[in-house]
Ligand binder design. Structure first.
Ligand SMILES: C[S@@+](CC[C@H](N)C(=O)[O-])C[C@H]1O[C@@H](n2cnc3c(N)ncnc32)[C@H](O)[C@@H]1O
Length: 269
């Protein structure tokens, strides 16, 4: 098993002047600046999205924090937060782009040009995190690393939270094996219920999303899997988790404010 012995080098806070330098993934109300609109508006959804886990006094590792809305909400609820996201120095390996054979024709840009645009968008998302961090006076520590190979010793972590990240990873099982050892008490995983899949069955199913026959979202460059609770439970048992709670709920897209069905697995040691 991956030993967590490396001394973590936390990211130094970036000074971000204002929202014009940011792309918000999550809608958030910022002191003095008002509501910043993101792609998702989870303001009504926080408790269900984190599986109603009481986080006060817990150290939580938020894997794939994005604009950090959930990280800051958990901090507001009394958690000591460590936010994890990709390390830009990993280059193209920082995000797992689906290697469609006809990439340029399909996405209207060569992989290189597409990648350059994507990485500048991702950097603006990191700016949104840092602007919010400063304006809320957050104490969250931030670590940028490799989702498949994080060796940092963060000290005791009670809860690992993974919100809608596994569907974007080429190898969700590798990322789970990497982060599960951090969780002393529980791992909380929220994923969306995208298509006609039986999420309520206990079958350990995981569906491949990329489909070269299609041109719609099913062939998007950044979504790999539709995971199911049964799949996650089976693998989390392998990793040493013993009890599971599965809940179904909605998370809201910002514009238009559409409810999008989700499930959350809370797995305990
Ligand atoms: C869909 S957002 C989810 C944000 C937030 N956790 C939530 O639940 O709303 C996915 C997050 O995972 C990160 N991510 C996606 N693919 C990644 C990869 N291959 N390596 C590291 N991070 C990745 C993104 O940078 C982003 O912060």
């Amino acid at each position: 098993m991956n030993q967590k012995t490396a001394v973590p080098v936390y990211a130094s806070p970036r000074h971000v002047n204002g929202p014009e330098e940011c792309t918000f993934y999550h809608s958030i109300e910022l002191p003095g600046l008002g509501l910043q609109k993101g792609s998702w508006d989870l303001r009504r959804d926080v408790d269900t999205y984190i599986g109603r886990l009481p986080v006060a006094g817990k150290t939580v590792l938020d894997v794939g924090t994005g604009s950090g809305f959930l990280c800051f909400e958990m901090e507001k609820r009394g958690a000591n937060m460590i936010a994890f996201d990709f390390d830009a120095s990993l280059g193209e390996n920082q995000h797992d782009i689906v290697p469609m054979h006809d990439f340029e024709e399909r996405f209207g840009a060569s992989r290189e040009v597409f990648w350059a645009q994507l990485s500048s968008g991702l950097d603006r998302m990191k700016n949104s995190f840092w602007l919010t961090h400063r304006l809320l006076g957050s104490k969250a520590r931030v670590f940028y690393g490799d989702v498949y190979d994080c060796k940092a010793d963060f000290g005791p972590v009670d809860v690992v939270f993974m919100g809608n990240i596994l569907l974007h990873l080429q190898s969700p099982v590798q990322a789970l094996a990497n982060f599960a050892p951090y969780a002393r008490e529980a791992i909380v995983i929220t994923e969306n219920c995208a298509e006609k899949v039986d999420y309520k069955s206990d079958a350990a199913a995981c569906y491949l999303v990329p489909n070269a026959e299609r041109r719609d979202l099913a062939s998007w460059f950044a979504t790999w899997w539709q995971l199911t609770p049964g799949f996650l439970k089976r693998y989390l048992r392998v990793l040493g988790f013993k009890s599971f709670e599965v809940t179904f709920h909605d998370a809201h897209w910002a514009d238009p404010p559409t409810p999008m069905p989700q499930f959350t697995v809370v797995a305990r040691r």
